[in-house]
Write a protein that binds this ligand. Structure first.
Ligand code: GAP
Length: 430
């Protein structure tokens, strides 16, 4: 993990938030390559969960919502962690379920009583800061999809079974954020509420478990051996869940939740129907039955997928010499798809190199240009470190044969290709 954290900072994937002021725990910024990687992950999720299906529609709801939403959803009451504070020297706060015994694991001081701590960040809407203006930063995107359920069924031609998908920021005042971007206080979720006829929930639960697991292996290229499905025990399930299964990854700190898939019954629609006094039932146009649909929900954090991709891709290859790090990112996710580099800074190579760059960019490939000159091997290794699958080199022979060299990251194989065929050849590899 330390090596990946160092790489993230060194090569502009992830930085500590407000670092020049000492940082804030559980908050991270994304640098240029991190932004692109995150964007790719979001797009790949949307493509597979929404665009390629036809039975899921998108939504984008606000971070601040009516405070009653969180009363109805159970978050005001139940979204709590047990907290114990050290009453000795260090005053550190611990998740009570993460410590054993009555002494502080850090300084050995006595631990105080267990208190329940609500993880939602509070703020106020409007200029007056009193209890009537309290609002919360959403701790999950899911509730927006339940609250807007009626608007979606009234405005779209959707029929159960169908899903509503959303991506966006969520906030949790985690007592112990940690493991880099694995558990943070501000993160980005991708959630989908799939509404089904009561009684059909179990088959859809199985469907989504399989679909989501396949997305990690086939679309992101995550090592199958490091993924597993784990069903929640009775005492582990969230307050809304009939059943829950986690997709877990074998992180350096042990198996951990990557994504949660929950069978939420009609818990949320029913709660919002009761609290709002609005009818949220669905009328089946064929059977004329009216009911509250049940929900299967795959929910994941982009930040957590991003660290999984980096850990899974991280490799050190001694053959590559002084900078042996290679990120073997899948071609779908790599922030840069092709790096274009003239062999030297000489004017006669720069023109053709820029032409090649333009043609690849116009063809829709994510490209980067490296004109620093100097050792080409070192420039290849810089690209290896950020996971670029292909480099294209323009050399002096290019001026005569109108051909360039494609160098492949993993095999380090080099092939000579006419410029006229370059776009096709690269696209064939994607
Ligand atoms: N709507 C259901 C829900 O929010 P969750 O298991 O609490 O369920 C879903 O969260 C996913 O969001 C997790 O599997 C994880 O990927 C991500 N997530 C949750 N808390 C997080 C945190 N503090 N930091 C980063 N990601 C987090």
């Amino acid at each position: 993990m330390e090596k990946v954290v160092a790489l993230c900072k060194r090569r502009g994937f992830v930085f500590q938030s407000s670092e020049i002021y000492g940082g804030v725990s559980g908050l991270y910024d994304y640098g240029p390559y991190g932004v692109q990687l995150k964007r790719n992950l979001r797009d790949l999720w949307w493509r597979h969960v929404v665009d390629l299906r036809g039975d899921v529609v998108g939504l984008d709801t606000t971070i601040l919502m009516h405070p009653e939403v969180w009363v109805a959803s159970g978050h005001v009451q139940n979204f709590v962690d047990p907290l114990r504070q050290c009453e000795g020297e260090c005053k550190k706060r611990w998740r009570a379920d993460h410590v054993t015994g009555d002494r502080c694991p850090q300084c050995g001081g006595p631990l105080g009583e267990v208190r329940m701590f609500n993880l939602m960040f509070k703020t106020h809407i409007g200029p007056v800061e009193d209890s009537s203006s309290v609002a919360y930063l959403r701790p999950e995107t899911a509730q927006g999809m339940f609250v807007d359920f009626k608007n979606v069924i009234n405005s779209m031609r959707v029929r159960v079974p169908f899903g509503i998908a959303q991506q966006g920021r969520s906030f949790r005042n985690e007592i112990t954020p940690g493991n880099f971007i694995f558990r943070v206080r501000e993160f980005e979720q991708m959630e989908m509420e799939f509404f089904v006829k009561p009684g059909e929930d179990e088959e859809w639960f199985e469907h989504w478990k399989e679909e989501r697991l396949r997305w990690y292996t086939d679309v992101l290229g995550i090592d199958t051996e490091k993924l597993r499905l784990r069903d929640h025990g009775v005492d582990e399930k969230a307050h809304y869940a009939k059943a829950s299964t986690d997709i877990e990854y074998s992180f350096p700190f042990g198996w951990g939740e990557l994504e949660g898939i929950a069978s939420r019954t009609d818990f949320d629609l029913r709660a919002h129907q009761e609290h709002s006094g609005q009818d949220l039932t669905y009328l089946d146009p064929e059977s004329n039955e009216r009911y509250l649909p049940w929900v299967i929900e795959p929910a994941v954090g982009v930040d957590r997928i991003l660290i999984t991709c980096l850990l899974d891709a991280y490799d050190e290859d001694e053959v590559k010499g002084e900078t042996p790090v290679v990120l073997r990112l899948h071609k779908n996710t790599a922030p840069v798809q092709v790096a274009v580099m003239p062999l030297s800074k000489k004017e006669e190579l720069i023109g053709p190199a820029r032409d090649v760059l333009d043609s690849l960019r116009k063809a829709g490939l994510r490209v980067e240009y490296d004109q620093t000159g100097g050792n080409i091997g070192r420039r290849y290794r810089r690209q290896d470190e950020i996971g670029t699958p292909f480099c294209v080199t323009i050399d002096f022979d290019t001026l005569n044969d109108r051909a360039v060299t494609i160098r492949e990251r993993d095999s380090m194989e080099q092939v000579r290709v006419p410029i006229a065929e370059l776009v096709d050849q690269l696209q064939a590899r994607y």
